[in-house]
Design a protein around this ligand. Structure first.
Ligand code: T4K
Length: 371
């Protein structure tokens, strides 16, 4: 059996991509908002069902710009159960991340615990729709409105997620999507910000282009966050493949559900009713007391069989050397996150997986004799 990874990128037919590249070569326009960029932005605006969209060279720079554009400062409340980029964008903006515990079901920031983390220095809540499961957007917005806080969402995993027909990127003030190669929709590296306020567009576009307004006017200390034409062309090709890939992943999810759904000690994260999922990740939690083996033992056993699962997001951000001394990083403040981070395992999940491969993965996880 081939090596199995948690994901494989969608790759368009090379001939199709070559045709796109020829157009770029002929135009000699490689970056700084060319026609591929304009076309992709319009296509994604529609696909994601959002009101405003700005493309970026990666999701992390996009999130740094999102924080800048809202002029956040002081403290921002966020989750410790995420990729390092989430708290790092706060630090890069001179903001102190305040870690709040997560909900045991969604693995997202627990709205019931946000209020006690608010201080006079709090300016925003930075939620993450982790593994594509939406945060409790209404509860979070209610708290934000009451205390006058902004809401930013890291929607890196939530491409195509909808709640009641609304694109996930329409909730809060700004949402960030990642288009990294490991994502369902990707541009090799890339990202976007979506937002509702049309007045933010000019500021965000300036911030992602050094603050340059015209040849002789620089308005603010911006950064270089521009998506180039090669990335955008790849994105246009990949976008045409996304719906089919989502359908394939939906079928794979059903196979996983059939094989793992009724095993005591294994629970499937997310994919509850009430929203359209992204099909970005397939994640399980392993209760070692019931299963008789730890998450790490399962991970190692899979690896011995050339199946490269991932322990996202272990360790918690609050346990990184750069954050562990923050008062909010104390284990007592984050009991749920500290427990669950040892139980979670992301399994291979992409359209190219076949039934035998999925069966083998599940067999290794379930079969007690094999460890
Ligand atoms: N916020 C959240 C919540 C995020 O998860 C992320 C990124 C961000 C913010 C930041 O967005 P970006 O600035 O990245 O746009 C990967 C990705 O690099 C990262 O984008 C992603 N989250 C994170 C969850 O996963 P690694 O270090 O685990 O990736 P890597 O290289 O080990 O890849 C995983 C597997 O995917 C490989 O074993 C094989 C497969 N793969 C990977 C690449 C890069 C391929 O088959 N082809 C490839 O080109 O971080």
């Amino acid at each position: 059996m081939n090596n199995l990874y948690i994901t494989r990128p969608l790759l368009p037919d090379i001939k199709k991509m070559t045709t796109m590249l020829k157009d770029i070569w002929e135009s000699k326009k490689l970056t700084n908002v060319g026609s591929q960029h304009v076309t992709l932005e319009a296509a994604l605006l529609k696909y994601l069902k959002v009101n405003q969209l700005s493309l970026f060279n990666n999701g992390t720079i996009a999130l740094i710009v999102a924080i800048q554009s809202l002029r956040l400062s002081g403290e921002v409340i966020t989750t410790p159960f995420t990729f390092p980029a989430t708290p790092h964008v706060l630090t890069w903006n001179g903001i102190k991340p305040i870690f709040c515990d997560i909900d045991a079901e969604t693995l997202n920031i627990d709205p019931c615990k946000i209020e006690k983390a608010i201080t006079p220095d709090t300016t925003a809540i930075l939620g993450v729709h982790v593994f594509g499961t939406p945060c409790e957007v209404d509860a979070i917005q209610k708290i934000a409105d009451y205390y006058g806080l902004k809401v930013v969402y890291d929607a890196a995993h939530a491409f195509g997620v909808e709640i009641d027909g609304r694109g996930i990127g329409t909730f809060g003030d700004i949402s960030m999507f990642s288009f990294h190669a490991t994502k369902l929709f990707h541009t090799a590296e890339g990202g976007a910000l979506s937002y509702n306020d049309p007045n933010l567009k000019q500021r965000i576009e300036l911030l992602k282009n050094f603050g340059i307004k015209s040849e002789e006017e620089v308005m603010m200390p911006g950064i270089n966050g521009k998506m180039n034409e090669l990335q955008a062309a790849l994105g246009l090709c990949v976008l045409q493949m996304v719906e089919q890939e989502r359908q394939k992943r939906k079928s794979i999810l059903e196979i996983y559900r059939r094989l793992l759904g009724n095993i005591e000690g294994i629970s499937i994260v997310g994919y509850k009713s009430g929203y359209v999922p992204s099909y970005q990740y397939f994640v399980i939690r392993i209760d070692s007391a019931i299963i008789g083996k730890t998450r790490d033992q399962v991970y190692e056993k899979l690896k011995e069989n050339n199946i490269f699962a991932r322990k996202y997001f272990y360790p918690l951000c609050s346990n990184y050397a750069c954050y562990k001394n923050l008062p909010s990083s104390a284990t007592g403040n984050l009991p749920v996150a500290n427990r669950i981070v040892n139980e979670v395992l992301c399994l291979p999940f992409y359209g190219g997986l076949n039934d035998d491969e999925i069966a083998k993965i599940c067999d290794i996880i379930i079969n007690k004799k094999k460890i």
